[in-house]
Design a binder for this molecule. Structure first.
Ligand code: BDR
Ligand code: CA
Length: 310
């Protein structure tokens, strides 16, 4: 039976591929998409979620707008990577897929309440909405199978020396979710930088020969060009869909049960995820952390999803 899933995201180029993979793969029952501010302001990420579905012909999945600001700081969108509208590159169509009347927290609560089975919450942006669910609706947490989050890193960051963008944007939200006791998987830069969008990968996406493939190809070209400019990586990393791939096929990545904490203070390290891989602190394990990606298995899933869509 397919796994019920909610995607909470801030599209964003790689978020779009996460939505597409979840919608197209038969192992996933995509119950809702919720937007959060991150790569762009909430107006853009919400619109982009609807555009991602419109382009790929994804209908019937409710899309709701989420938090406009992180819990305790002002948003700084990642325009240098994703462009001013958070989805630089292709010409963006007017979305035909509607916006749900509920906000993200209400929609997540409703989906969890109505599900007869635990739901996997996949988060590919800052954890703001999920923290709001924890704070406002603790009664539904038992219906969350686990939160699988793209963010953080076991090592270096990409916004500061040790902070990854989603973590850096809303560190307090990570703490709230970890403290809730809900099962938590971190998919950080240490694994996402193994999913490099080589020219061969881009060609495979375009070769699908459909609208999703050509739109996706333009997204990837733009994303790789900004990664080249700002991080010296001509083959940028497709971070977010690794979360979805791990729900579809656990063999796509190795993981370890470990202790992770988030730095909320540090003068240079706020937003850093401190992953105690060597069990130095002897503190209770509170997370599953992804380590190594089966790269070809991952790209095969992406290619099949793009081909299966419009
Ligand atoms: C993360 O930040 C965003 O730019 C991407 O969408 C991804 O979720 C990578 O640091
Ligand atoms: Ca994202």
């Amino acid at each position: 039976m397919p796994t019920p899933v909610i995607i909470d995201c801030d599209p964003g180029h790689d978020d779009v591929f996460a939505i597409w993979l979840a919608a197209a793969n038969p192992e996933i029952d995509l119950r809702a998409i919720t937007s959060v501010a991150g790569n762009g302001r909430i107006e853009h990420t919400t619109l982009n979620a609807r555009i991602a579905c419109t382009v790929a012909g994804i209908h019937g999945v409710p899309i709701a707008r989420g938090a406009a600001e992180p819990l305790a700081q002002e948003l700084e969108p990642a325009e240098w990577i994703h462009g001013a509208n958070a989805l630089g590159g292709p010409e963006l169509p007017e979305p035909t897929v509607p916006l749900d009347e509920r906000d993200a927290v209400q929609l997540i609560r409703d989906v969890l309440t109505e599900s007869d089975r635990p739901v996997v919450v996949i988060a590919t942006g800052p954890l703001t909405n999920i923290a709001h669910v924890v704070q406002r609706h603790p009664e539904v947490l038992a219906k969350i199978d686990r939160v699988v989050w793209m963010g953080g890193s076991t090592g270096r960051g990409n916004v500061s020396a040790y902070a990854e963008f989603n973590a850096w944007t809303d560190p307090e939200s990570i703490q709230v979710v970890l403290d809730s006791g809900v099962a938590f998987t971190m998919v950080g830069l240490n694994i996402s930088h193994q999913a490099l969008i080589t020219p061969q990968v881009r060609a495979r996406v375009r070769a699908a020969g459909n609208r999703t493939g050509s739109f996706g190809y333009e997204l990837l070209e733009f994303f790789c060009s900004t990664y080249n400019t700002f991080e010296g990586m001509p083959d940028g990393p497709l971070h977010d869909p690794i979360t979805v791939a791990m729900v579809i096929d656990p063999a796509v990545a190795t993981t370890v049960e470990t202790r992770m904490d988030v730095e909320l203070k540090g003068t240079e390290t706020r937003g850093a995820t401190c992953v105690d891989l060597l069990n130095i602190t002897k503190r209770p394990k509170n997370a599953t952390v992804a380590l190594d990606l089966d790269v070809e298995r991952f790209w095969s899933l992406i290619e099949a999803a793009v081909r299966a869509l419009d």
